[in-house]
Ligand binder design. Structure first.
Ligand code: SF4
Length: 379
């Protein structure tokens, strides 16, 4: 297969302050580091534009891309636009956080063709935002959504978190209610998890709070499913809900295992059936590029068995499901069908709502089967 990609991810590694629950690679915003980052990523763009491509989507994520200084943001956008070929109806997204954007930045984003904003709202409850260590309150979040709408952005997504220890079903319902009343098109829901090496993990081990019960958290997810469905937001992936025509094409490309290129420190790429990642460390990332080399570090080639596994744990996340041709595996999946966790219709496999809640368990069992089954490996 020739090298070619249609999806581009751009990682911006800075945040104003680390949220308590976050384990992503990000650095505290710093002007000198930002300069180094911009210098390096412009070099990376110059190198990567040589790979054949026609972009259907660009997604600038982080970190907090919106905390970049406006002149540096302009440089980045200008260089992306100048160096990569795009389709006329490209989906061009950027993640923004309340308190890090103003009218000028939003104007700039729109003028460079960004047409989808993903806003890190997380909650419309101040107590919960404080618990999470966010830099904004609910009023800031509402103002950011309003400002974005005023600036003409018609495709706005917000992220929300459920399962926060101080959250109640009532406050969750209030958050969801505020969200759907704001003329946004897409909502991503994430369950709060306690990741290693986060402030939250420390607080948890020193017993500063206790977790909600598994049943309560599951109920919050189920509640949101019904609530959002009722309000016209259709679930198209385990964590993602959209009004008609507003599904995120960029993220769908990951679940469908389309080739994509990631640039910026700690980004991942999937090209020519091989997986790569860039160094997480900004300094080694920048040094490699400024010496004129690819920052890519080769991870592994995706052979048939690996591809099958990925198809399970990525493709099956989608409501649409996947087509499976392996008779042995289809036979194995009948066990889950009996438990009403998935449906099988010919070669088509789809998780049920119950299956989506238990997806991690299902994926682990299926992957173990593939690993131990010589027939699945050979077929
Ligand atoms: S803003 Fe986003 S990337 Fe930055 S620390 Fe918070 S959750 Fe992590």
């Amino acid at each position: 297969m020739a090298m070619f990609f249609s999806y581009l991810y751009v990682h911006v590694p800075f945040c104003i302050r680390k949220c308590k629950y976050c384990s992503f690679y990000s650095l505290p915003y710093d002007r000198d580091l930002e300069k180094l980052y911009i210098k390096a990523i412009l070099k990376e763009i110059e190198i990567m534009r040589e790979i054949p491509h026609l972009l259907k989507t660009i997604y600038i994520g982080g970190g907090t891309p919106s905390c970049l200084d406006i002149h540096n943001l302009e440089k980045l956008l200008l260089n992306l636009r100048k160096n990569f070929k795009t389709t006329h109806n490209i989906e061009f997204s950027i993640e923004i956080n309340p308190k890090t954007v103003d009218m000028q930045k939003l104007d700039l984003m729109r003028d460079f063709g960004i047409n989808r904003l993903s806003i890190g709202v997380q909650s419309f409850n101040d107590k919960e935002l404080l618990f999470l260590g966010r830099i904004h309150n609910s009023e800031d979040a509402i103002n950011t959504v309003k400002l974005s709408l005023n600036k003409g952005f018609k495709n706005i997504s917000i992220d929300l978190i459920y399962g926060i220890p101080c959250q109640t079903l009532r406050s969750w319902e209030e958050t969801l209610n505020k969200a759907v009343n704001m003329d946004i098109r897409h909502i991503s829901l994430y369950e709060l998890s306690i990741e290693h090496n986060t402030k939250l993990a420390k607080e948890f081990s020193s017993k500063k709070f206790s977790l909600l019960s598994e049943d309560d958290v599951t109920y919050m997810y189920e509640f949101a499913n019904d609530f959002l469905k009722d309000k016209g937001f259709k679930k198209y992936e385990i964590s993602n809900f959209a009004q008609k025509g507003f599904q995120c094409s960029h993220n769908i490309s990951y679940w469908l295992r389309k080739p994509y290129l990631g640039i910026g420190p700690s980004s991942h790429s999937f090209i020519d059936n091989k997986r790569f990642h860039n160094p997480s460390d900004l300094f080694s990332y920048a040094e490699t590029l400024l010496n004129g080399n690819f920052a890519w570090i080769y991870d592994y080639s995706v052979d048939k068995v690996e591809g099958l596994k990925e198809n399970i744990f990525l493709g099956l996340r989608m409501k649409e499901g996947i087509i499976l041709k392996k008779a042995c595996l289809l036979n194995f999946l009948k066990n889950f069908e009996k438990e009403k966790l998935l449906t099988l219709s010919g070669n088509k496999v789809r998780l049920t709502d119950k299956g989506m809640i238990l997806s991690n368990e299902i994926f682990a069992r299926v992957l173990l089967h593939i690993e131990n089954c010589p027939v699945c490996k050979q077929e």
